[in-house]
Design a binder for this molecule. Structure first.
Ligand SMILES: Cc1cc2nc3c(=O)[nH]c(=O)nc-3n(C[C@H](O)[C@H](O)[C@H](O)COP(=O)(O)OP(=O)(O)OC[C@H]3O[C@@H](n4cnc5c(N)ncnc54)[C@H](O)[C@@H]3O)c2cc1C
Ligand SMILES: NC(=O)c1ccc[n+]([C@@H]2O[C@H](COP(=O)([O-])OP(=O)(O)OC[C@H]3O[C@@H](n4cnc5c(N)ncnc54)[C@H](O)[C@@H]3O)[C@@H](O)[C@H]2O)c1
Length: 476
């Protein structure tokens, strides 16, 4: 249906990331338009979760020789092939994106893809950049977010990248300055330092990953500083191009201090903003949060003056507090159900939202940080246990000295309220704690109600659970 000129649809979806999955068999025979002005498939597939992890894994392999000597295995890293890795990754990803586009636009009769910037011109009407008018009683906004760039001189120089372009660099930069201390900065500092760049990470505050539990943030900051150059307490003032083709990154510190770092490339990783401003939400009367997110209710319905607008929905980064793909995917499942079952709406109420940072070492997290738990429950009400990886048998096997599992529980109910891991396989280990928190299994039951494979690394979780001061389940 690629040449369709009809401006009226049964469903319009803005954003081909998580939005693409809304097109279930329910829509067969109904007219569906997917609008995306960017690359088909959205952030996760093209410039987010998937390519970053495809870089993170080879980078973690390249970092092995530096670690293995401690265990009596003398490895030497020969070389890393940036261009080969990059082309392997994107030949796979670009083909998936192109195939997805082709399927929706050409192979399915009832769907079309509109590759134009679009904005609201009314509650159920959109205009594209070329002036085409699109109408539908049902519009789902899945328009995602984009990287923010600080407004300083030189920020638009070609050597300055965001996560959107850094993975396509023609060559591995000799020196890379990473600006920021969050998820993206942590992952790319690990990727580029692992593959052989000299990385300088610059952060405004003294701690990296500051939204994490403080024990994790402290541990990661310490471990990052051992692996690449870390400069904290600095903010970017300007970037200047040098004759060599490199750039000079000018920084300002406390009490008027200044510093200049020369770099072949710069990565700006200072957060992402929802694409709300691209949509002219006022034309549809939509409510917008102070941070730019569209306001939705628990059913993912868009609100106007606090009241749901019939037929308007949103999902993912454009409306969520959590800029995470598994959250966007769950939002999408809620919207799909609610579109297809208007008389049986489901609310978006899952348990704690987990996250993982695929840096070195890896991090997995769910629920409250200790500070949040203290604020919410009071210090006396919570029990906190920190278990080092090095305390369990698999940690001995790895001669691990840095990994830890930190659990926070309610002393009265024994329920876990926070779980945080840093170290080998943390993004996988956290899942069993997410499961307990989601299904309400208390800490002692979780520890004693099942066999724990010996001597797997999961014993670090078992021991952490047993170290919590919580009610005994009666299980032995
Ligand atoms: C580098 C990086 C790594 C990440 N890694 C992870 C990870 O490991 N795990 C994880 O859970 N999350 C990760 N994320 C976050 C995750 O990618 C996002 O939360 C998720 O992709 C958001 O999906 P979405 O469907 O809301 O929006 P998107 O996938 O961003 O889709 C929105 C689409 O809307 C289009 N669009 C926007 N406005 C308009 C308009 N006005 N007109 C037309 N089209 C428009 C855009 O072109 C875009 O394609 C990562 C993000 C980045 C940047
Ligand atoms: N593994 C994952 O799940 C994963 C990976 C990458 C990205 N993401 C998602 O994408 C989001 C965006 O990632 P991000 O790293 O860009 O954002 P972030 O919110 O994680 O970190 C932003 C960093 O920039 C700093 N910062 C913000 N404004 C600044 C300013 N004006 N000057 C100096 N520093 C400033 C913050 O202090 C923080 O260190 C993440 O929050 C996360 O939800 C997830």
């Amino acid at each position: 249906m690629g040449t369709d000129t009809t401006s009226s649809f049964d469903l319009i979806i803005i954003g081909s990331g998580s939005g693409n999955s809304l097109v279930t068999p329910y829509w067969d025979g109904r007219r569906v338009a997917i609008i995306d002005a960017g690359v088909f498939g959205g952030t996760c597939l093209n410039v987010g979760c998937i390519p970053t992890k495809m870089f993170a894994y080879p980078a973690s392999l390249a970092a092995v020789p530096a670690e293995s000597g401690r265990l009596g295995v003398d490895l030497e890293l020969g070389s890393t092939d940036w261009a080969g890795i990059r082309d392997r990754i994107f030949s796979r990803i670009d083909a998936i994106s192109a195939g997805g586009f082709r399927y929706r636009d050409q192979e399915l009769d009832h769907t079309t893809v509109i590759t134009e910037e679009s904005r609201f011109t009314g509650t159920h009407q959109l205009a594209t950049a070329s002036g085409r008018i699109l109408e539908s009683e049902t519009i789902v906004v899945a328009a995602g977010s984009r990287p923010v760039r600080p407004d300083v001189p030189g920020i638009d120089l070609p050597q300055v990248h965001t996560s959107d372009s850094i993975m396509r660099l023609p060559k591995l930069p000799e020196t890379l300055v990473v600006l920021g201390g969050g998820f993206i900065a942590a992952e790319f500092a690990a990727v580029f330092s692992g593959l052989g760049s000299s990385v300088v990470q610059v952060n405004r505050s003294s701690q990296l990953l500051r939204t994490h539990d403080e024990t994790i943030s402290e541990r990661f900051t310490e471990l990052a500083s051992r692996q690449w150059r870390l400069e904290t307490g600095w903010t970017l003032s300007r970037i200047e191009e040098a004759e060599s083709g490199w750039v000079a990154v000018h920084l300002e510190g406390p009490e008027g201090a200044t510093m200049v770092i020369d770099a072949e490339a710069v990565l700006v990783a200072q957060g992402r903003t929802p694409n709300t401003d691209r949509l002219d939400p006022a034309s549809a009367g939509l409510d917008v949060h102070g941070d730019g997110r569209l306001v939705v209710d628990e059913y993912q319905r868009l609100l106007s003056g606090g009241v749901p607008v019939p037929g308007l929905w949103a999902l993912g980064d454009i409306s969520s507090e959590h800029q995470l793909k598994h959250v966007a995917n769950h939002d999408q499942r809620i919207v799909s159900h609610n579109l297809e079952h208007p008389d049986d709406l489901r609310a978006n109420t899952l348990g704690p939202v987990p996250s993982a940072v695929f840096t070195r070492p890896q991090i997995g997290s769910a629920g409250l940080t200790e500070a949040q738990a203290v604020a919410e429950y009071g210090r006396e009400r919570i029990s906190v246990k920190v278990q080092e990886y090095g305390d369990v048998a698999y940690g001995w096997a790895m001669e691990d000295t840095t990994g830890l599992c930190k659990l926070i529980a309610d002393r009265q109910s024994g329920q876990l309220i926070g779980a945080h891991l840093i170290g080998h396989e943390a993004p996988n280990l956290i899942q069993l704690l997410v499961q307990a928190m989601s299904f309400g299994v208390d800490a002692h039951t979780l520890a004693r109600g099942q066999y724990w494979i010996h001597p797997a690394l999961s014993e670090v979780v078992e021991n952490a659970l047993l170290g919590l001061e919580v009610p005994d389940s009666g299980l032995v």
